[in-house]
Design a protein. Structure first.
Length: 306
């Protein structure tokens, strides 16, 4: 579900952004608006980003090899990190540069009505893409807030698309305000201010994504409630307690669990093997993404010493 939903959101965003980018470039050529140019480059960056996300999803499905025995699931995190960097460089830095250039040159707008019409169409298309991303994210979001979902989600594509689309919608409003105020006041400086606002907005979003994707790329463990579920599933039957445990996501749908567990004393070898097999089955039933489980049996020495 997560992979399918992420792909649908990415494709919707890619198609919307490709059409919007073309329209914005036409609008820039007609009007000379720096806000329009910044938004056009932003849409090109977003279209490229969605292509990278699709590529990451494809390469992550490669089978494990001796060189990469845990597979390539983290490719999705890597490409999402690259997307965040591109959003910062191609989106934020370019927009701020273009806005400062516009402030210095004071170039007037031509045919601003064309820019307004294109921006309104772009808002409608971005709204469709944003709505698709929200719809696909709701099953994974559950009862969490949207900010908690962005911070805690292990599926990288949905937070990336959500923040990109949100930034695009707010950026379009900034562009619309910049063009509108330039027309009303006759001062092109407002178009430049709108462009700089777009750049700052994209910079903030890019930094948030860079921090989150870097954390996933390095390796994150499960959230405390999920860890409690895993420990509860382990501590049943012949497993007396979990001595220590480590978890790490190898990909959005693949979790590694390694734990040392205290077994009941006096178990024969067959009993130890059966207890470990049963514990693994309980964990997989409780947390289906726990696909790789390594359990080290031991005795509860603290209890024995007491």
């Amino acid at each position: 579900m997560a992979a399918g939903g992420g792909t649908r959101a990415i494709v919707a965003a890619l198609l919307a952004n490709a059409g919007i980018a073309l329209a914005k470039f036409i609008g820039f050529l007609v009007t000379g608006s720096s806000s329009m140019l910044a938004e056009a480059v932003h849409s090109v960056a977003d279209t490229s980003n969605q292509g990278l996300l699709l590529l990451g999803g494809r390469t992550a499905r490669r089978a494990a090899t001796p060189e990469h025995p845990f597979g390539y699931g983290r490719d999705r995190y890597f490409y999402s990190f690259v997307v965040a960097l591109l959003l910062f460089t191609l989106g934020s830095v370019f927009a701020i540069y273009e806005g400062i250039h516009k402030l210095e040159s004071h170039e007037p707008l031509t045919s601003p009505i064309v820019a307004v019409l294109i921006l309104l169409v772009a808002i409608a298309l971005e709204g469709f893409s944003f709505r698709t991303a929200i719809h696909e994210s709701r099953p994974l979001k559950a009862r969490a807030t949207w900010w908690q979902f962005i911070r805690q989600a292990k599926v990288p594509e949905l937070p990336v698309v959500l923040l990109e689309d949100f930034g695009a919608l707010v950026g379009l409003v900034f562009a619309l305000l910049g063009v509108g105020l330039s027309v009303l006041t006759g001062d092109p400086v407002w178009d430049a201010v709108g462009t700089i606002c777009i750049g700052v907005l994209l910079g903030v979003i890019a930094v948030i994504l860079i921090v989150e994707m870097k954390s996933l790329l390095i390796g994150e463990g499960v959230a405390p409630p999920v860890l409690a579920d895993i420990c509860s599933a382990l501590e049943t039957g012949d497993v007396q307690r979990v001595i220590h445990i480590r978890t790490q996501y190898l990909g959005p749908e693949e979790l590694l669990v390694a734990a040392k567990i205290a077994l009941a004393p006096g178990l024969p070898l067959e009993g130890v093997a059966a207890a470990i097999d049963a514990a693994e089955a309980r964990v997989r039933e409780r947390v289906p993404v726990a696909r790789l489980i390594y359990l080290e049996p031991d005795l509860d020495r603290a209890t024995l010493a007491g």
